[in-house]
Design a binder for this molecule. Sequence first.
Ligand code: NAD
Length: 434
Amino acid sequence: MTTDPALERQSLRAARIAAALQLADEVRGQFRQAAEHARVDPATLRVLEEPRRVVRAAIPVRMDSGELQVFTGYRSLHNDWLGPTKGGIRYHPGVTEEEVVALSSLMTWKCALAELPFGGGKGGVVVDPQRLSLAELERLTRRMTREFAYTFHPERDVPAPDVGTGEQTMEWIVDEYTRIHGRHEPAVVTGKPVALGGSLGRTESTGHGVAIAAEEAWKRIGGSLAGARVGIQGFGKVGSHAALAFRAKGAIVTTIADVSGTLHDPKGLDVEAVIEHARSNRGLVAGFPGVDATAPESVFGFETDILVPAAMENQLTKQNANDVRASLVVEGANGPTTPEADAILRERGILVVPDILANAGGVIVSYHEWVQNRRKERWTRDDVIRKLEGRMRETYARTRRVSEARGIDLRSAAFVVAIERVANAADDKRVPPR
Ligand code: NAD
């Protein structure tokens, strides 16, 4: 076992590169599998498989020590036929071009499926934000904004937070953008603080949307969500708000897991109390009074009706897919189910609501934020949540109709709906005529 931090960082990066390549392969596989069912000309499909443009930037930053460090940043603009490219910027030491490209293509399909006037984009900087001071992070973000100055634009490319970035990052981008262009333009990013034009309801939007998707899917399996038992893996921004939304709909959250362990109580956990406990326990659920936490990976083995993987990618694998004791899996995280696990769940008759449908609530409310900024309006939280609910239910219904009509699963149906919508926006300027 190595204890050299440089070697450990190298092996972490190697593992991340392998994971990024796996994700890229999975996204390509999902696209190709669905493309067979899409009524789209093969030439257009070949264009849609590739990102339209990928920008790579060297980002020099003066560190607090006076030393100059050069970071690498990427922005992938996968497709913009339906509108400005939309997608987060991640700060993580394992960022790779392949990962950014794969995630940007998922954004294209997610936005198209929900009928948003956006294309797909994604950005990333190879950096461990935990190792930078706040001042260094600010200088990095401002310099990155200058390097991508001709990409970021309210009508061309609209970033948002992702892993390792947040409201503060978005605030710095807006400020630097204002300096460069000489006008205040909050619509250049979403996920801003509410005081700077962020939308009410954005924080809870993804988790809330997950519960709505589950409610729609559960109608055909168990009827009403009242009394349904829910297990959630990941208790961060998505998982904790999903838990609250499930509770509000009368479901019982029986299992909650995060990196620190799994809590299980067949009578139902007090979600608010778990959130309160995590808040005072570095965000972790283990140690919650009255429940002995088991290992994090035990989460999938507990009997529930609905299982929500909301932690990270590749969690349901061929090793544990047979342990799942739920009738419905709703993907809160991006890419939580490997293709092998997906096949096992399908064979076992377990319905899977795919990520691009189940976790679209976040980008739907990002769209609401963008519209409010463009129109100089301010909507109430109730307005935002009502519009989110309507769009999630319509998107679910559209996907289910295609799934039934073409005899394909919900994942392929979601891709088919999205691919056909983007392809219909193609014209001869984009796809060379035959
Ligand atoms: P987060 O960092 O706030 O929370 C992640 C949670 O997962 C934490 O509770 C962490 O302890 C837990 N976790 C990590 N590894 C785990 C493991 N191996 N076992 C059990 N728990 C584990 O992140 P988030 O914003 O909630 O995002 C979660 C997922 O949802 C990611 O895949 C993200 O890409 C996706 N997503 C997020 C949003 C959003 O609006 N935040 C929108 C769409 C998709």
